[in-house]
Design a protein around this ligand. Structure first.
Ligand code: ADP
Ligand code: MG
Length: 241
């Protein structure tokens, strides 16, 4: 059976179509998360609020602790401008975080168009990895894996394959990077769910193969657990042609 057929390709295409119509070539985080969700990648429970009191309502229905993040058509690296607050424990915390984020964004990027505030579940902290997709002008769709944090940023310890990738290729990609040793468990740490990570790489490969409009995907970070994974950030860039 063709695995791609079991995904909600229609829902994904609708998100792309809406973004193209609005000339929004970097998808907003909630849209990027809906798209990866349509391909079966586990991501955060979330809602978009447009006032502090709406954010409190959202947090109450999602359940504490929560994370607040700016949603703006002009901002893709949110932390750089004070656009992310994690570990918020109660209503008062949501109000304060909401106000601080808005103030910081207006201060550091006054022209940014603010769409709202993403309120999402705070995922249990764990080892962070990166899965990406890109479209190479010469080789076409490709996928990338990195073991996260300093391994990627300082050592550029990443692996690539041309998409579509088979299960064994996704496994090889993980084994190839030095940082993946931390996923396998050592001393008193438990082994993390590498098969779930293999599936995530395949799912990103499927997205790149089946949606030609996508130029780049960045799932940074994905949290990996002893059972399952969770993508807590998603960035998708479309080709502007
Ligand atoms: P940026 O646009 O700066 O990359 P992220 O959405 O990646 O923003 O958030 C910054 C960091 O905050 C992440 O690298 C992750 O460590 C943490 N984080 C973000 N969202 C969540 C979440 N829902 N649960 C737990 N941690 C999160
Ligand atoms: Mg990020």
């Amino acid at each position: 059976m063709n695995k791609i057929a079991t995904y909600n390709l229609k829902a994904a295409k609708r998100i792309i179509q809406k973004a193209v119509e609005q000339k929004q070539y970097t998808l907003l985080e909630p849209d990027a998360k809906e798209l990866i969700g349509a391909f079966g990648i586990t991501t955060t429970r979330r809602m978009v609020a447009s006032s502090a009191s709406e954010a409190i309502q959202a947090a109450t229905s999602i359940g504490y602790p929560v994370v607040l993040k700016i949603v703006s058509t002009d901002i893709s690296h949110k932390t750089d401008i004070g656009g992310v607050k994690v570990g918020i424990k109660d209503d008062e915390g949501v109000r304060t975080a909401y106000e601080e984020i808005i103030r910081s964004v207006k201060d550091r990027k006054p022209d940014a168009m603010i769409i709202g505030m993403l309120v999402e579940e705070m995922a249990t902290p764990s080892t962070e990895v990166i899965v990406g997709g890109l479209r190479d002008p010469q080789f076409g769709p490709a996928v990338m894996f990195g073991a996260g944090g300093i391994f990627v940023e300082i050592y550029k310890d990443v692996s690539f394959r041309i998409a579509p990738v088979e299960e064994y290729e996704a496994s090889d990609m993980i084994n190839e990077v030095k940082g993946s040793k931390i996923l396998k468990g050592f001393r008193n740490t438990e082994a993390l769910d590498i098969p779930a990570l293999v599936q995530t790489i395949i799912q990103v490969s499927n997205i790149m193969v089946s949606i030609e409009e996508i130029k780049e995907i960045d799932l940074n970070p994905i949290l990996i657990y002893t059972k399952g994974i969770k993508a807590v950030d998603a960035r998708i860039i479309l080709s502007s042609l």
